[in-house]
Design a protein around this ligand. Structure first.
Ligand code: TYM
Length: 341
């Protein structure tokens, strides 16, 4: 059976981009068709300045939202990254396979480190090395497929390179995974700046629809979305990024085709109204389930505990194999130690 792994980092409130680009696919398709693991990757939430209490809160909220979005712990494994030591254990080994040059070429590193420096802040070393930790997340489970939005494709490419390099140097250890992207909404853009991604860690609230935004807030944000200078509704990422983004969102929420939808609208106003309605309807069941789950925090904790147990058992043998293959001496087993005493 195909093994699927994906993750989401608790650096902000989850957005419509996270939902349409990743989570929805995990719930609707991946958990039914594959042996799937989904992880709140909390270690990744510490690569920029962070507040410990907020990280804890967002980790819990992220896990609750994954379940609210339809992940079923009877069908898939849901867990928190830091509950499973194998991620950090493998990450260091992969750092010994990755090069400084390839890490510095990562687009997200270039963008985020430039932003951090412009603010006068210092850049954490973990911002540079975090794609290696992401590779460890994936490779520890022998995942065949990694369902992600478009912005993570480069990191999955790096993961493939590291797996191939490790296998060639030290013997076959890792499955070489591939990224799977949704057909529509692989890159949902900020409603106020449709040339940049709708990202949860950005500051621009009005351009970002959060999964827990009230319906009237969603409506206001969509109706105020920046559109383009022309009047015609047409699907064209280069020339009409604002309208194209709305068409992608509408298509993702209603199951339509964004280009065909472009032909069906005559005015921006009608497109915005229908998009707002479609987003509100798409989020309604997620918000309702989230409310129920918040009333039962013990359930979420139990799911995470069971998930971590299952994940640990899956990752351990692969990470042990990688340790042996790269030349680390296995620890002496307990019974042998006792016999020697
Ligand atoms: P993160 O937390 O930024 O995003 C989680 C998932 O949501 C997708 N996504 C989007 N898709 C479409 N449009 C958007 N505007 C948008 N914003 C986010 C992302 O592509 C991603 O699939 N490094 C990863 C987390 C991670 C991971 C992993 C993913 C850590 N280890 C292992 C897969 C496998 C990240 O920062 O995602």
């Amino acid at each position: 059976m195909t093994r699927v792994f994906s993750g989401i980092k608790p650096t902000g409130h989850l957005t419509l981009g996270n939902y349409l680009g990743a989570m929805r696919q995990w719930a609707a398709v991946d958990q039914h068709q594959a042996d799937a693991l989904f992880c709140i990757v909390d270690l990744h939430g510490m690569t920029v300045d962070h507040d410990p209490a907020r990280l804890r809160r967002l980790t819990r909220q992220g896990a609750t939202l994954l379940l609210a979005a339809g992940l079923d712990p009877e069908l898939c494994t849901v867990f928190v990254q830091s509950h499973v030591d194998e991620h950090a254990r493998l990450s260091y080994v992969l750092e010994c396979v990755a090069t400084d040059g390839e890490m510095r070429r990562m687009i997200q590193y270039k963008e985020k480190s430039a932003r951090e420096r412009a603010r006068g802040g210092s850049v954490r070393l973990s911002l540079l090395t975090y794609p290696v930790l992401m590779a460890a997340d994936i490779l520890a489970y022998g995942a065949d497929e990694v369902p992600v939005g478009d912005d993570q494709a480069q990191h999955v490419e790096l993961t493939r390179d590291l797996a191939v390099r490790f296998n060639q140097r030290y013997g076959h250890t890792f499955v070489v995974p591939r990224a799977t992207l949704p057909q529509v909404a692989a890159r949902v853009m900020n409603l106020q700046d449709p040339t940049s991604k709708m990202g949860k860690s950005e500051d621009s609230g009005p351009g970002i629809v959060y999964l827990l935004d009230e319906p009237d807030v969603v409506r206001r944000k969509v109706l105020r979305a920046v559109t383009d200078s022309g009047r015609e509704v047409a699907y064209d990422r280069e020339a009409r990024p604002g309208v194209t983004n709305l068409l992608e969102i509408l298509a993702a929420c209603t199951g339509g085709n964004p280009e065909a939808l472009g032909d069906a609208y005559e005015s921006y106003g009608a497109l915005k109204k229908d998009t707002a309605d479609a987003v509100i309807e798409a989020l309604r069941p997620v918000q309702a389930r989230h409310k129920e789950l918040c009333a039962d925090p013990g359930y979420v904790e139990e799911v995470l505990q069971r998930g971590a147990q299952k994940a640990r058992a899956m990752a351990r043998p692969t990470v042990d194999s990688a340790y042996r293959a790269i030349g680390l001496l296995p620890p002496v087993a307990e019974p042998a130690l006792n016999a020697a005493r």
